[in-house]
Design a binder for this molecule. Sequence first.
Ligand code: AMP
Length: 933
Amino acid sequence: IKEGESSLIILVLKTLCWEIAQQALNGSLLYNYFICNVGAGEQDNWLRTTFIQRHPTATRVFVEMRFVVRDCNSFGADSLTCKETFNLHTSEADADIGTSFRKGQFRKVATIAPDEISGVGDMQINTETRVVDNLSRKGFYLAFQDIGACVAIYSVRVYYKTCPATVKSLAAFPETVAGGENQALREVAGACVENAVSEDQPRIYCTVDGEWVVPVGQCQCRPGYEPKNDSCQECKPGFFKTSVSNEACEHCPKNTEPSSSGALSCPCLQGFYRAPNDPLTAACSGLPSAPQNLAATTAQMAVGKLQLSWSPPADTGGRTDITYNVVCDRCEGSVCQPCGEKVRYDPSNTDLKEISVIISELEPHLNYTFTVEARNGVSQLILHCASQHSYSLITDPPKVTAMHLVESSPTSLSLSWSVSRWAKPSSTRYELMYRKKVITTYTVLVLEKNSVQIIDLSPSTVYLFKVQALSPEGNPGSYSMEQEFSTPAEGKSVILGAAVGGGVMLFIVVVVLLLRRRRKNSHTRQGPEDAYFSSPEQLKPLKTYVDPHTYEDPNTAVLKFASEIHPTHVSKQKVIGVGEFGEVYRGILKAPGRKEAAVAIKTLKPGYTEKQRQDFLSEASIMGQFCHQNIIRLEGVVTKFKHVMIVTEYMENGALDKYLRDHDGEMSSFQLVGMLRGIAAGMKYLSDMSYVHRDLAARNILVNSKLECKVSDFGLSRVLEDDPEGTYTTSGGKIPIRWTAPEAIAYRKFTSASDVWSFGIVMWEVMAFGERPYWDMSNHEVMKAINEAFRLPAPMDCPSAVYQLMLQCWLQDRSKRPRFQDIVSLLDKLLKSPDSLKAIADFDPRVSIRLPSTSGSDGSPFRSVSEWLESIKMSQYSENFSMAGIVSMEQVLQMKSEDIRNIGVRLPGHLKRIAYSILGLKDQTSTLSVFAV
Ligand code: AMP
């Protein structure tokens, strides 16, 4: 048996002279084998065990004997031949040989002597253990030879030793029988515990004493697991481990989503990324914000040279690897072109680590736009939005420096002024403003030269003058300091300087109030200080939308604004729609180093012409310029392969109009206004970029799973070609009449203000759960009604404040309509105090549900309950009515709210719709006039 296990070995089959005796020891009766032939001459008495089966690997066994030996002296004279020891023998055999016993087969193992001998009445039990080694056969016998002692054997325990099963350094080793003399260290191979691995098989040694020593090799927990209590356990949620090691799992780093258990890494939060060389243990980082304080200076610079400098972005995205790219565009009117290679940059225009650059070889008196973009290690991973981090810098017309009085007479003053050295005076025009010091109205003159003679002045009067240069397009520069000059008293004339070239007055112009409204074109605003460029404080992070058509080659525009995606990184899953150019698919984008993302893939049908290809891609060139939460985001394009594609973010809930119709009555006003706020924010962004959408309608808004609304459908002429609502006008264009402002229909005056009108219609569509604006009125009737100042009535349950805003969007005078910025702040206010949505606009069921509501489409009264229900789009309740026995319109007219609820109409929106319709049916006077404003 193994050491430590108990078992009884029935000893003795063969006894020669030994006897079995019983003896009381410390109060218990013990059996023993006993012999005491002292004084009887030579003795040779054997006691042999039964056959002991050997464990196949146990070559070394221990024999522990408990025995008593009598002191020979206690026998007196008989003790002459008395002995105080006995011998232990062993004999190996492959089978039990039964009772046959031959001494010659035994070999002696040891002479056993007691530590303490016993006297009469004094029992000293000894315990001695001996090793029987080098066993090799199936079993063995033990024998105890007495050679003349007085000895009693109480017990014999035979055992072998093992090294117990164990786990060391995450490797499991099985129980192993300890070796013997000839194999003192037994090598044992182990196996890594579950979820641990090691390069080499782990090993350990088992000693003869049953102890493990010298483990070799190390198992380590796999990624996602950490060592704990001799096992590898999954990292807890919020922790991760990327590699094979025995380190503990780490907390998810900054800007990551909390991981689930057993995570190998923590995915970046939306909008945060890891650069290709970032370890998975690093925090995710975002894009840098825009560089700050962009400024240009020409001071101490040669002609055609300037220094552009800026400060690092306020937010580096959490990284230190910030670099800058400088892009230069030359704009003439609204047409901008890259500056090309003529312009020189020192040290460079890309990958700049410095925060300034010297730009030279510029041509004077041209409008240059410099865009400085901050980038960091993750910018390359983001296929969009990079240009958002730029500031535009627009060159000014030259600045007027000193103004001099050249000549004066009692009724005239001749002035001249100089301009900064950049200007080509010949092509510059000037705007001169002057007034009597005591009067607050100015006279404004536009002049072609840098001098003027002003006549018809009053004598002895102080006048104030200021002058500014205008760009060729008429954009103003900055005014010079206001200077005072006086006309002399009657009879006096003073010549102060050289001849005045008789400033040619181009247009005598306007008299304006002192509080002049700021010029509308904010992109060309400039500050007073710099001679050539706008001053920093007046720079706004404004970006203007660039019409891809201004590029000679539209492919250049696509390259500039959209990132190329390799087609193997996109996989199509399912058709979700059809656009003008081909199918739209839902799919997956898996770009290297980026998280897998659901995308929409717009495809171009095979057999396209080059023109169709360009038109198709123009949408990407436009979309790629935008970066806003409420504008559909372009992921990239596939243009370098046969199958051209536009890849955008995927919007799970599809087009807004359909979504609303499918969820009629299921959303609160608060939720609907929240959606409108999103759309308005997107439109504000577009209008800030001077982009006019022209086809804003609920069908062109997409909704994602979080019910965020995003403006989509960008394009050039094709926008309207593509829209089934587009109707040809007399001028040949196509216009979605119901959504379009009157001035845009009448003379194609599409502006952000006409987009505001369309937004009003979208508001109505949203509040009416996707109802068609103006129902089944024809386009002609709609135009006529609008011309006659009729407007859509409030949808059912529409908050009064929301309807008032719609009416503002539909003001005939477009300058009076709110701007998107006003709309966003108003909707924000309403959302901040939801009580403001409680007042409901007057609702007239006769017009809001259907026109006319009292009768079927042919004007006759409804013939059946189901016809009526269909007309109010509530057919789903037909069965509820018939089951309740309501089969005629007469019965319907008798119903009260309570009855409608009782037949199973539960949704409050539906309940109201049906109840209002019944109200309307009772009142037979429905005409279009009810929605006149
Ligand atoms: P479009 O050509 O943009 O009008 O797209 C046609 C249809 O495809 C739309 O009406 C949507 O139903 C669907 N669709 C287009 N883009 C997306 C998108 N990003 N996510 C989900 N559905 C889309």
